[in-house]
Design a protein around this ligand. Structure first.
Ligand SMILES: C[S@@+](CC[C@H](N)C(=O)[O-])C[C@H]1O[C@@H](n2cnc3c(N)ncnc32)[C@H](O)[C@@H]1O
Length: 240
């Protein structure tokens, strides 16, 4: 375990040679400011909110979503779908030192570790132990929110290609929103070439991040993609 800047612990993957979260921004903080808060700024007044959490990892994005939900007295039913390749990691989470903000969700973590599923009157959460590329193909026009939080494009390129984001585009609703920490032009191009509009997610105390939606998001500043492309004519999205 590695202590990150906001006092929450993250982990290091030897396989991908990368931490699961930005140690500089902090694990819990990164989940909240780069994923949960901007997504729920756009989506909250719906009976049901469907979320695709790519990929479950240590579960911070899912758990930070539940935390935000409780803190803000939301009433929608949340349905969270999350693929994860690493079964050993999932089983180990019962012993992980999560931040105190997640203490009230210990029974949920235990259920997800043991059974891969949790449900009560407010939350439905399912884990899929397998390849995210296969999993996302079964959804169409389903998700209000997609948390795109794979390891970096350089270490896990298969979850950042134009073809991958084509499948994500089919799975997200027209007014859905995708959140990601990546600000790489190649990532933004892969989204843009699939019909996403690209927006900036900026704050004073965290590094810039990206939002994307098939629709217009008036609450965020749009990235001028035609301008970026004309300044970088050789830039290309990653491909399968
Ligand atoms: C950066 S971590 C995710 C962090 C997570 N969102 C969190 O908040 O803790 C990336 C995760 O993707 C998983 N992964 C890598 N390739 C995958 C694939 N093709 N399908 C499903 N999961 C994958 C890794 O095992 C790792 O747990």
């Amino acid at each position: 375990m590695t202590l990150s800047e906001d006092g929450s612990y993250t982990a290091y993957s030897k396989e991908y040679n990368e931490h699961y979260h930005s140690t500089r921004d902090g694990a819990l903080k990164e989940s909240l400011v780069k994923h949960v808060e901007p997504a729920f700024k756009i989506k909250k007044n719906q009976d049901e909110i469907h979320i695709l959490d790519i990929c479950f990892g240590l579960g911070f994005n899912t758990l930070a979503t539940l935390y935000y939900y409780e803190q803000n007295g939301l009433t929608s039913k949340l349905k969270i779908y999350s693929p994860e390749l690493d079964e050993v990691l999932i089983k180990s989470l019962q012993d992980f030192t999560f931040p105190k903000e997640f203490e009230e969700f210990k029974h949920i973590i235990d259920s997800l570790c043991k059974n891969g599923i949790y449900e009560d009157e407010n939350f439905y959460i399912e884990l899929f132990l397998g390849d995210a590329r296969e999993y996302i193909k079964k959804f169409e026009n389903k998700f209000d929110i997609v948390y795109q939080d794979a390891f970096s494009p350089s270490s896990n390129p298969i979850l950042w290609t134009k073809e991958y984001f084509g499948d994500i585009k089919r799975s997200i609703k027209d007014d859905g929103v995708l959140t990601t920490y990546s600000i790489a032009l190649a990532t933004r191009l892969a989204l843009y070439e699939n019909g996403f509009n690209i927006y900036l997610n900026v704050g004073e105390d965290f590094r810039d991040a990206t939002l994307a939606s098939p629709s217009s998001l008036t609450a965020f500043k749009e990235v001028d993609m035609p301008h970026k492309i004309s300044c970088n004519p050789d830039a290309q999205p990653l491909r399968d």
